[in-house]
Design a protein around this ligand. Structure first.
Ligand SMILES: Cc1cc2nc3c(=O)[nH]c(=O)nc-3n(C[C@H](O)[C@H](O)[C@H](O)COP(=O)(O)OP(=O)(O)OC[C@H]3O[C@@H](n4cnc5c(N)ncnc54)[C@H](O)[C@@H]3O)c2cc1C
Length: 402
């Protein structure tokens, strides 16, 4: 019987084993995960779960019975320590398992603040795993003072939850503006206004000099010379692909584990998918950090293990929830030259990214129609007339029929 081992029981790992069984794979399937809980969805960790509005069970991607019923050996609380590509084995401390095909869905590792500026003090949290959020949640009490370091989506979502729960929130972003790495100034402006309207003390172009405190954090000194008294700190300064195992096994790396269009690494029987994998995309190579990518890529890998010979064609999309605003993003804005704004009533707005006349991406805030139409156009390789886009009274649907 062939044996497929999947390392990393997260979004991609769970999708991969489910697809193997749903696709009729009859060999052995083992899913190994370092965390002690069933595979779960991470997006609510900085949204509904942190708000206390979502019970743990609703985080789980599939009930425990799913794995038993589909004859998937689920080994939780178990870390793979080494891979031997030649012998086709993985080591779990004192045990060795043989595989015929191996899939790496190891996700990513949050960047932390260095210890010499106080990053190792108690009360300094990252937002990656359930355990991180369970550890910080008791601090979310009205009046508590929190510093959020980093104005990306994770930091902003945590700021929204904290502010809604009545905490005193300061957010610092070292770059000139929040979301600088991922969005146009228009989107940054929109979310800056949203957060300041909700009372967040948002400081851009301001870094953290150091955290203060002996064992636990009690304050911070910022690059603008100011000092804050604090109860806790949330660090949202990005992630790195989890490549340690792959690196040790001498798999090719390239901003993540390098895979071909099929999801295969530099070793023919080893595959990778999700946050940890970089793959060919439109003549270049990218790595995406999103749920849709984790699912779709992992499913293609499962199909290819079963002999499908399919390329993964990414259709990037993403979302973020902050206060009463749902942001939906279609496409990738890399290389944009201009942005067209479409502003509706209240908080409804969308920003359309172009390279010349080519539509690349859409950021839609409380505007599902712009998102849906933009996504369809981008995926079909079509563009959107800028004058129609800018005119909020023009029917966007007409763009689809050109
Ligand atoms: C707080 C938060 C909010 C997010 N919000 C959104 C959102 O709104 N929309 C969106 O699209 N995406 C969002 N994301 C991103 C999304 O959750 C990730 O892109 C997705 O989880 C990636 O799936 P993955 O399977 O590649 O990695 P993960 O889901 O991280 O799973 C990887 C697993 O591998 C395990 N592992 C690693 N090494 C080993 C080892 N050696 N042995 C055993 N196990 C190992 C890890 O413990 C982990 O459980 C969010 C992420 C976070 C953290």
């Amino acid at each position: 019987m062939p044996h497929v081992i999947v390392i990393g029981a997260g979004q991609a790992g769970s999708s991969c084993v489910a697809k193997l069984r749903n696709g009729g794979f009859v060999g052995d399937v083992t899913l190994i995960g370092a965390e002690p809980v069933l595979p779960y969805q991470r997006p609510p960790l900085s949204k509904g779960y942190l708000m206390g509005e979502m019970p743990l069970e609703r985080l789980f991607l599939r009930p425990e019975a799913f794995y038993t019923e589909h004859d998937i050996a689920l080994r939780l609380n178990t870390r793979v320590t080494a891979i031997n590509p030649t012998a086709k084995t993985v080591s779990l401390g004192d045990q060795t398992l043989h595989f015929d095909d191996l899939v790496l869905t190891t996700g990513s590792v949050p960047r932390r603040l260095p210890a010499h500026i106080g990053g190792a003090l108690d009360g300094v949290f990252v937002v990656r795993d359930l355990a991180d959020v369970d550890a910080m949640a008791p601090g979310f009490v009205p009046g508590a003072r929190v510093l959020i370091v980093g104005g990306g989506y994770i930091g902003l979502e945590a700021a929204a939850v904290a502010s809604k729960l009545g905490l005193k929130v300061t957010l610092v972003e070292q770059a000139d503006r929040i979301l600088q790495r991922v969005a146009a100034p228009e989107t940054s402006d929109y979310f800056r206004a949203l957060h300041t309207d909700h009372g967040v003390d948002l400081r851009e172009g301001v870094g953290l000099d150091r955290l203060l405190g002996d064992h636990a954090v009690t304050g911070a000194r910022l690059s603008d010379g100011s000092e804050l008294d604090l109860d806790f700190v949330i660090v949202g300064v990005g992630i790195e692909p989890a490549v340690a195992l792959a690196e040790k096994a001498e798999l090719a790396l390239d901003n993540g584990i390098r895979v071909d269009a099929h999801g295969r690494t530099s070793e023919p029987h080893i595959w990778a998918a999700g946050d940890c994998a970089s793959f060919p995309y439109r003549g270049g190579r990218i790595r995406l950090e999103s749920v849709p990518n984790a699912i779709d890529q992992a499913e293609i890998v499962a199909e290819n293990i079963m002999g499908a010979d399919k390329d993964y064609v990414a259709k990037p999309w993403f979302w973020s929830d902050q206060y009463d605003v749902k942001l939906q993003i279609a496409g990738l804005n890399t290389g944009y030259t201009d942005v067209v704004a479409r502003r509706g009533d209240g908080q409804t707005a969308s920003f359309w990214y172009y390279r010349g006349d080519t539509l690349l991406a859409v950021d839609a805030m409380n505007d599902p129609r712009s998102y849906m139409i933009g996504k369809r156009l981008i995926e079909a390789g079509q563009t959107a007339d800028k004058i129609t886009v800018a005119d909020v009274n023009a029917d966007l649907k007409a763009l689809l029929n050109r």
